[in-house]
Design a protein around this ligand. Structure first.
Ligand code: MN
Length: 429
């Protein structure tokens, strides 16, 4: 089935600001609370949010096999379970409804009133109930930087890294949408020259610039997903800030990997941009540097050219861009990650979230964490207001943005923006 929703020449009757991340060719999916306090599934064109539940009730999806309440839910999990064919039919239909030359909704004021919302009238929610969250470690530049800092620059990559998309199982209960602030975590650390650990606020709170993909029901227990089929089970992507406490991480991570340093929060952008919408921006992954085992050999353009930016904004100050990277730098692509994740028969279900790992590029201005940008605190990063940062300070806001670009054509993710609050203090009774 062709993806007519991607037609680059299509224009819409809705107003779309120049350089919007959300032209009619994007049609992402999200969940929002409306001005009437109703939760619904929706999409977005320009700065207009569109209530898909209302559109469905009014008959605009006639002919597409959908249950009556598919969009009247507080998560996208059931819609994602319907599978790729249905996602395509729905995106194509939305493109058709909002096509400049289609008067059906355009000229129906009563319908428009219940379907369309300004962004200031809605509140974005978490788009899926995340059953399981896995975080990979798939940027060679990031793994090399971290390995050089903490172990040995001569042997920065551990022997398995070029053979396995390394990952760990994270915690889904602390995945939150953009806009929800996060408290600086407390924890156990061991200062460099101390012989005993101490307890207190983390002094090295960091962001990790990542993207995450969201899956549909993919396989049963015991059944691996072949690498060539992996993309059929990927619904779409979001921006992902995997908050990290480096001092807690350094002390706790051997031998089982990160634990409390990572599970206090991970923030995501609220609109899921579908893999279909990203089709025009496919690009080849870096060539493997060693021969891969057959189940990990992928062919064709399996990566995507997505420009990524990170900004830090002090309280009451202006924001400073501190990093500029690209998803295409990932050494391991999503197909390899999903094939590897399931090769032992581990089941993946609708709403599972897979983080890419920190996306660092080859140059120092493209590193995806403060740990690397400030080289473990040795090179402070200068902000526009003259202050410097080695890690994130209380009341700083970290914002990540991402978009794909061709001449006159842009598909974006919006942003994930999170304020770091001081440590949590219990209210006095
Ligand atoms: Mn991470």
């Amino acid at each position: 089935m062709s993806i007519t929703a991607n037609d680059p020449t299509r224009k819409t009757w809705l107003e779309v600001p120049e350089n919007s991340d959300f032209p009619i060719q994007n049609i992402p999916f999200g969940v929002f609370l409306t001005r009437d306090d109703i939760i619904t599934i929706g999409t977005r064109i320009g700065d207009t949010a569109i209530d898909l539940g209302a559109l469905h009730q009014l008959g605009y999806f006639e002919g597409i096999p959908l249950t009556d309440d598919i969009f009247l839910q507080d998560t996208l999990n059931d819609f994602i379970s319907d599978g790729k064919k249905t996602w395509r039919l729905v995106r194509n239909r939305i493109a058709d409804i909002f096509d400049k030359n289609n008067g059906k909704l355009r000229d129906h004021e009563e319908h428009r009133k219940v379907v369309l919302f300004g962004l200031d009238e809605i509140e974005m929610q978490l788009p899926v109930q995340v059953g399981d969250y896995t975080d990979f470690y798939s940027s060679k530049e990031h793994a090399t930087n971290v390995g050089s800092m903490f172990r040995d620059p001569e042997n920065a990559l551990l022997p398995n890294w070029l053979h396995i998309p390394v990952g760990y199982h994270g915690r889904s209960s602390s995945i939150i949408p953009s806009g929800i602030p996060v408290h600086r975590p407390k924890g156990q650390t061991k200062p460099k020259d101390a012989d005993q650990p101490v307890f207190g606020p983390s002094k090295r709170v960091d962001f990790e610039l990542e993207m995450a993909f969201i899956t549909t029901d993919a396989n049963h227990l015991g059944e691996p997903i072949p690498i060539d089929e992996a993309e059929d089970y990927i619904f779409g992507l979001v921006l992902f800030n995997d908050w990290s406490a480096r001092d807690i991480q350094t002390w706790e991570y051997v031998p089982l990997g990160p634990f409390l340093a990572k599970n206090f929060a991970s923030s995501i952008s609220p609109w899921i941009v579908t893999l279909d919408a990203l089709e025009p921006f496919r690009i080849e992954s870096p060539k493997p540097e060693v021969e891969l085992l057959p189940y990990l050999q992928s062919s064709g353009k399996k990566s995507f050219d997505i420009e990524l930016e990170v900004f830090i904004q002090p309280e009451n100050g202006e924001e400073t861009k501190v990093s500029q990277s690209n998803f295409k730098h990932m050494y391991w692509n999503m197909s390899q990650q999903l094939a590897h994740h399931t090769v032992n028969g581990c089941p993946v279900i609708s709403g599972d979230m897979m983080g890419s790992g920190t996306i660092s590029g080859p140059t120092p201005d493209s590193y995806g964490s403060m740990l690397e940008l400030s080289w473990k605190g040795e090179k402070p990063v200068k902000l526009n207001d003259g202050t410097t940062r080695t890690f994130i300070e209380d009341n700083d806001t970290v914002t990540m943005r991402g978009f794909c670009k061709r001449e006159n054509y842009r598909i974006g993710f919006g942003e994930v923006s999170t304020k770091l609050l001081p440590v949590f203090e219990p209210k006095k009774k």
